[in-house]
Design a protein around this ligand. Structure first.
Ligand code: PRP
Length: 179
């Protein structure tokens, strides 16, 4: 599997540092609240685990399953909710935990939905931000690392459901998806 990676963009050590700093920042910013950390499955899983280890305040962890890629390397822009929340978010502070903001379609749609359901605040914490990929206007509140417009996999990010288990984020060799 590692042979399919052209180069490493965010190393394990760098991810660790990002999670420590972001966890500290979130703990400080939400010290007067009991926020909901809302992970968007499936890509959020490693980041949620690594980040929340460094959160020192009371918080809840919830998940939704949302998908916009449906396989392949391009977002369809069509955001589908496959598994929804089973509790109310009315009056709650929410931090959406994401592996990547690319076109912005997923986060824009889900943020609006949560506000519509009565959330008090909705912010986004993402490991990666790919501003060059934006198709809709969207700014994340907590960003681990800004990356160039390359197709990346690892640490939750997949290509046709593979590579999520890589401990780093890397660029996939084009030969892998041009097969
Ligand atoms: C990826 C990623 C984000 C979204 C970002 O999820 O985890 O949720 O796309 O892309 P966008 O900014 O272009 O909307 P995907 O739809 O691939 O589902 P997954 O997490 O199950 O892999």
């Amino acid at each position: 599997m590692h042979n399919d990676i052209e180069k490493i963009l965010v190393s394990e050590a760098e991810i660790d540092t990002i999670c420590k700093e972001m966890g500290k920042q979130l703990s400080n910013d939400y010290k007067d609240s009991t926020p909901i950390f809302l992970g968007l499955l499936k890509g959020c899983v490693p980041f949620m685990a690594a980040l929340t280890k460094h959160v020192t305040i009371y918080m809840e962890q919830l998940y939704m399953a949302v998908s916009s890629y449906h396989g392949g390397i391009k977002s369809s822009g069509d955001v589908k909710i496959k598994y929804d929340l089973e509790v109310s978010v009315k009056g709650r502070d929410i931090i959406i935990v994401e592996d990547i903001v690319d076109t912005g379609a997923t986060l824009k749609t889900i943020s609006a939905l949560l506000y519509h359901r009565g959330a008090k605040s909705v912010k986004v914490a993402t490991l990666l931000d790919k501003p060059a990929g934006r198709l809709v206007e969207f700014t994340a509140d907590y960003v681990g690392k800004v990356i160039p417009k390359e197709f990346v996999v690892g640490f939750g990010l997949d290509y046709n459901e593979l590579y999520r288990n890589l401990p780093y984020v890397g660029v996939l060799k084009p030969s892998v998806y041009q097969k």
